[in-house]
Design a protein around this ligand. Sequence first.
Ligand code: GLN
Length: 546
Amino acid sequence: MTNTAKYIFVTGGVTSSLGKGIIAASLAKLLQAQGYRVTIQKLDPYINVDPGTLNPYEHGECYVTEDGAETDLDLGHYERFLNRATSQANNVTTGRIYQSVIDKERRGEFLGKTVQVVPHITDEIKERIQILGKSGDYDIVITEIGGTVGDIESLPYIEAVRQLRWDLGENNGIVIHLTLVPFLSAAGELKTKPTQHSVKTLMESGVQADILVCRTEHNLPKDLRRKLALFCNVKENAVIQSIDASTIYDVPNLMLDEGLDKVVLEKLNLKSDTPDIERWNQFVHRHKNPKSEVTIGLIGKYVELQDSYKSILEAFIHAGAENEVKVKVESVHSEYINKDNVHLKLGHLDGVLVAPGFGERGIDGKIDAVQYVRENNVPFLGICLGMQMAVIEFARNVLGIKDAASSEMNSDTKNAVIDLMEDQKTITDKGGTMRLGAWDCDLKLGSAIRDIYKSESISERHRHRYEFNGDYKAQMEAAGMQATGLNPDTGLVEIVEIPTHPWFIGVQYHPEYKSTVANPHPLFVAFVKAALLHSRGKRSATMAKK
Ligand code: GLN
């Protein structure tokens, strides 16, 4: 396939965490809204083959694509902004690059040559960058390069970009460099020097930035932009300010005001138009002007870090806007919940979500939380480990199976109501071996879930090793916990619900990965609605007392 796509490379300088992913996603949104077919790719310079084995403390949430790739959380932003699925090709790591080159070497594909970073590793990077462009599915590919220029790990990527710009020819590949313009309060001044240095570092590798996007806390005055343009070899209209925003969903409009899309299209020799972001703006308006408020508890063990449950938090924003409700998410550390304090910790909440997770830490608190919401009619959504905890809680406290457990945490239990399937028992490698990616699920007639999705069958993304043990299904159903979603091929239980409870649903899959601005996830929308009803009920009960 010929390479007809145009390429935009996004690099970062000065410091990490400047929000390259959001800038890339916002630009992509503006280009998409002018009729271009756009995709975004993230290149991560670390040596892990994928972030699936990384602790969320280390790298935030692991995002899962339709095709089962465990990827960087920036891919979540790409999907949420563009409403288009990404795939394995959208996330490449140094580990993956090296693995592929070493495999080729073992197969003898380099014909006796010495295998080196240049050209073999850089060739592999260039090939990976062009996979999406050569597919014919996209007009523009945005490639975000993780890390900060000057890092040792980033060098082969920057070299690949340098070469590719030549290979692609003029107007076919451009570089956007994202930097920081700090404000020194003691001097009362914005400082350009770090940006100048980082552009210079990029130039030492032979790459000239075409556009600068400058993160800043204050507006960049005209003379400062002129100075940056002069010292960094870019045109004045190519110095774009990216001022701190109250929500990431404001960034596309901020970039539009700065004319980022226009400069990009001009440099790529493509036609520019007024982007149609009407629907996007309606969402932002609803998000910023809620009519009421609910508080939902997020019970997990990575509560200190916003990034660990990124997709869940974003799904609440989409669902909140859809309901015109502000969803206040209150993180509750499951390790500190017990039977004595559970009322104190959860009593004021309008809904409770028990989060996904791995390992033993904090699971008793999760089980106590489920028991509390089940007995007190508080809306409950359990996701993955959260659903498994709901099954264990029901088995223990309703069926009276005291040693009911998951074999993940207790491999000796006689009652593994959550257990490994046969095909998982022989697996020893941890990376990429879970049940991953999109799986079909049939929804039971008359169930709440079928009403929520308004569909007989769905497809959702998974990331887990353990499953509902079918041996207990009949007992559980007889006691009131229904299996209302089943995988059509394996019969595995994907959804449980308690019909006698106002809103109690556990799902083995991760609905949060598929919630986007254009398509808020129906399960989150329904959960927020249930929380709103619950809060109104609580309010009228208190009023009646008065
Ligand atoms: N630890 C559980 C499993 O592997 C749940 C995983 C999750 O919540 N993503 O089955």
